[in-house]
Design a protein around this ligand. Structure first.
Ligand SMILES: *[C@@H]1O[C@H](CO)[C@@H](O)[C@H](O)[C@H]1NC(C)=O
Ligand SMILES: *[C@@H]1O[C@H](CO)[C@@H](O)[C@H](O)[C@H]1NC(C)=O
Length: 508
């Protein structure tokens, strides 16, 4: 009885919040967002010690202002070769190691330009091409580039030093700032701001077409889509878009071999239910807190179901409902870092990524990258985050089975100490996914993922599907376990992450 009453009361709240204006032009006006939604996105950005000057990179009068700037109004893609001084030893075995930064003039937008870095492999041009997407939604991929898996890291005095475990050691890697308005990507029109995976995946697909046109040497390389956190939404949508483009023979055929989701949010209906289970199992909350917070689950589930079928403003209400479960947990755990429950947040800071903002706001650095001097670096865009709130609760797992049936590899990995996109919720959605190998995957026994003779993870596999629970890592696996994450990428992209089944008998 109590739960019925709860649902009913919630529903009134639901309806009364539905009165927000929904005409397109008001979607990004700040009045559209509730105070709570704004507080959440502001807080999340501040906890990383990021303080972008702008809410979003929308520049009403946009003109490149010097010869050094990459002027992209005419041609589709312009690129600049970089030559940053980097400390230490690259370990490169390649003679003409090349790094690039560029802008792509996005088609089907009023005026959007997507910024990217492209780092050729330190080992071989034939290595796979990998694209990395940082989440948020609304955070620039430079967070990963400089703190996780890029070719170099930032020292305290803002020098660059070679990263011994950069993913460019085994791949040609692209980092993009997206959706539009994030990082150095900019536009002059509100209408270019994206609200869903349809817009996001088309922009990424168009970028990829232009990228391979500009780099035809790489067209036949294996191609992998990777990323983290909210990219658990972007990656399946982007992979499906690429697969569809290939099938429809649109433009250049992309040699898509796989997608890897790190500590992602992919199937919220399952993942939001796992919060309290994960928190209880890790002694982050008590049994009575667990029971109390779980009372909010039916309303959250109900709202997610409705969002799944309508995909409208009801999704934002589902976000408000379900996010409350997460908020309740973190209100109980005081200053524990919800990206890594082993750690504490000091004051309002859970991480300090501020150096990336100092570096990328230097005019000498912007000039070297070809970024127009009037463009600010927006490390995380509050407005891009809030513009995606109708997308948040959608289930992006639905497009994955078709990819698996086409023998495209899926790697889902998660650092064991992350709460916000925890491994338990991720393993559950992977188990629940219906595809031809589901039964075998679910009944597969786990094996150790060993690096340097030590267990670095626990792995489940069947056919094209692999799950790795990464040990001693939080939300940002390549930051916490750089060597293991590089090894995982290398083995996965060369088909060696999983040992061939011993004793398998060929069918007669
Ligand atoms: C910056 O720090 C690095 C070590 O982290 C050091 O090797 C380098 O000399 C320093 N550069 C300057 C200009 O102080
Ligand atoms: C892995 O399998 C072993 C049995 O072989 C089991 O005891 C263990 O709990 C499993 N680990 C996980 C994380 O499921």
């Amino acid at each position: 009885m109590a739960s019925i009453l709860f649902l009913f009361i919630s529903f009134i709240f639901f309806i009364s919040s539905l009165t927000a204006p929904t005409n397109p032009s008001s979607l990004y006006s700040s009045s559209h967002f509730s105070h709570a939604q704004k507080k959440t996105s502001h807080r999340m950005i501040k906890e990383l010690n990021l303080h972008p000057n702008l809410e979003v990179n929308i520049l009403k009068s946009n003109t490149a202002s010097s010869d050094e700037d990459l002027e992209v109004s005419e041609s589709e893609l312009v690129e600049k070769r970089l030559s940053f001084p980097v400390l230490g030893d690259s370990g490169a075995t390649i003679a003409d190691l090349a790094h690039h930064a560029g802008y792509f003039r996005l088609q089907h937008t009023i005026d959007a330009r997507m910024f990217y870095f492209f780092f050729e492999s330190r080992k071989a041009k034939s290595d796979p091409v990998v694209i990395w997407l940082t989440g948020g939604p609304g955070c620039g991929s430079e967070l990963a580039l400089f703190y996780e898996n890029g070719p170099f890291k930032l020292t305290n005095n803002l020098s660059l030093i070679w990263n011994d475990y950069g993913w460019d050691k085994v791949s040609n890697i692209i980092f993009v700032d997206q959706p539009t308005g994030t990082g150095f990507s900019y536009t002059s029109s509100d209408q270019d701001i994206r609200h869903d995976e349809h817009g996001v995946s088309n922009d990424l697909y168009n970028f990829l077409q232009a990228f391979f046109k500009a780099h035809p040497d790489y067209i036949n390389n294996d191609f992998y889509i990777t990323g983290e956190s909210y990219a658990g939404h972007y990656i399946p949508a982007f992979a499906a878009r690429v697969n569809q483009g290939n099938k429809n023979k649109e433009g250049i055929r992309i040699n898509l071999k796989g997608l890897a989701i790190g500590n992602g949010l992919t199937n919220p209906g399952i993942q939001y239910q796992a919060y309290t289970d994960y928190a209880l199992a890790n002694n982050v909350i008590s049994r009575s807190d667990y029971n109390q917070i779980n009372q909010k689950l039916p309303a959250c589930e109900q709202a997610i179901k409705q969002c799944g079928t309508t995909g409208t403003d009801i999704c934002q209400l589902a976000y408000n409902f379900c996010q409350q479960i997460f908020e309740d947990i973190i209100s109980l755990i005081d200053n524990i870092n919800y990206y890594d429950i082993r750690k504490k947040c000091e004051g309002s800071l859970c991480y300090d990524f501020s150096n990336v903002e100092y570096l990328l706001s230097k005019s000498s650095v912007k000039t070297a990258l070809g970024v127009p001097s009037n463009i600010d670096y927006v490390s995380c865009s509050d407005l891009v985050y809030r513009s995606m709130l109708n997308d948040w609760m959608r289930n992006l797992e639905v497009g994955i089975p078709a990819l698996l049936e086409d023998k495209i590899q899926l790697l889902v990995y998660a650092g064991e100490y992350d709460l916000i996109c925890n491994w338990l919720g991720n393993l559950r959605w992977v188990h629940a996914m219906s595809w031809s190998g589901q039964k075998e995957f679910v009944s597969a026994s786990n094996v150790s993922f060993v690096v340097d003779g030590k267990e670095a993870g626990i792995l489940w596999n069947h056919g094209p599907l692999t799950f790795v629970k990464v040990l001693n890592a939080g939300h940002m696996v390549p930051m916490d376990q750089p060597k293991a994450s590089l090894k995982m990428l290398e083995l996965w992209t060369t088909g060696k992450l999983v040992e061939p089944k011993k004793g398998a008998v060929a069918p007669l």
